[in-house]
Design a protein around this ligand. Structure first.
Ligand SMILES: [Zn+2]
Length: 327
């Protein structure tokens, strides 16, 4: 009797251990492999300093993997105390006060129109299925004061938002790229339908561009690149126009290898003109190939591999084009 019970005991332990292994295995199956397991410290610095002060991107690196799923339950806009309305579909959630209901429907239409365009230019659109279930959360505010109030709640910082029409807030962790929010400032963003489109598409370009980068390598992209491509994508078919004085300062100030050009317009409109020149000289398909290589290997190698030019040669050609094409 004693013997039988000890055999039963051994069997029980065996069965329990096997069950435990199955449970551990199943848990492991749910955990996605870390996407950015090996981000170099220089890239972490770049992510944390991106657009500090100047731009419309708030960016941070989180060393702790973000648990899945990444749905929108934790969005500030879901808190009933904010009093915000929601407009939700399969890809987006808009959060807005009732007074902006019409603008919310317009933004929803424009956001859907952006998808095929971003797929084409940026190379990929990031759907909720690419983001562990997270839809793109877009906040709309009626004026400067409410925009600043919202920003204080989403992203505490003493930053100045006086000239900010729209903003993108994102986080990069070992689990991947996470979009916290896009927010539009009604003080500027709703002045016309064309401008609403420009601001919204600009921020959505940031979302897809930064989600496309490979952070397991040394990334140090300059501002002209990420702001220039956002202007290029959000103003299809348009070219920036410069005065002779602007051209003079672009030629004097802008080194394509610098992190920032000195004046804001040089990064935005100047950056836009760099992509217009690229399309003119190397066709749209050349521009798209350049972007694809930039995500993986940075700008100097992308220029060399796609255009057989060093970054300095390309810079000289672009500056030459500023006078020739009269943008
Ligand atoms: Zn921007």
């Amino acid at each position: 009797m004693k013997k039988i019970s000890s055999i039963a005991g051994v069997l029980l332990i065996f069965v329990l251990s096997a069950l435990a292994l199955v449970v551990i295995y199943d848990k492991g199956k749910d955990q996605k492999p870390l996407r950015y397991a090996d981000v170099p410290p220089e890239t972490v610095d770049w992510i944390n300093n991106l657009g500090k002060g100047l731009g419309d991107i708030l960016s941070s690196f989180n060393p702790i993997p973000r648990p899945t799923p990444w749905n929108n339950d934790g969005d500030l806009g879901q808190d009933p105390e904010t009093g915000l309305k929601t407009l939700e579909d399969e890809y987006f959630i808009f959060y807005f006060p009732e007074s902006l209901t019409k603008n919310a429907y317009l933004c929803q239409e424009l956001a859907h129109q952006a998808i095929p365009h971003l797929e084409d230019i940026i190379g990929k659109y990031y759907y909720p299925s690419d983001m562990n279930g997270r839809k793109v959360p877009i906040y709309l505010t009626p004026d400067q004061k409410s925009f600043e109030k919202l920003m204080a709640k989403i992203y505490s910082s003493d930053r100045n938002y006086d000239n900010t029409a729209g903003i993108t807030i994102h986080e990069i962790s070992p689990s991947g790229f996470f979009l916290n929010a896009i927010a539009l400032n009604g003080h500027y963003a709703f002045s016309s339908k064309a401008y609403t489109k420009n601001v919204l598409w600009h921020e959505m370009t940031h979302y897809c561009f930064f989600a496309s980068l490979d952070y397991n390598q040394y990334v140090n992209l300059p501002m002209w690149c990420y702001e220039g491509i956002a202007e290029y994508t959000s103003l299809p078919g348009e070219k920036p126009r410069f005065s002779l004085l602007d051209i003079k300062s672009l030629k004097k100030d802008c080194k394509l290898t610098d992190n920032y050009f000195p004046y804001v317009f040089e990064n935005y409109q100047g950056g836009h003109s760099i992509f217009c020149y690229m399309e003119e000289a190397y066709t749209l398909s050349g521009l798209k190939k350049f972007l694809k290589s930039t995500y993986k290997e940075g700008i100097p190698r992308a220029m060399q591999n796609n255009f057989s030019k060093t970054i300095n040669q390309f810079e000289a050609d672009w500056k030459e084009s500023l006078s020739i094409f009269n943008w």
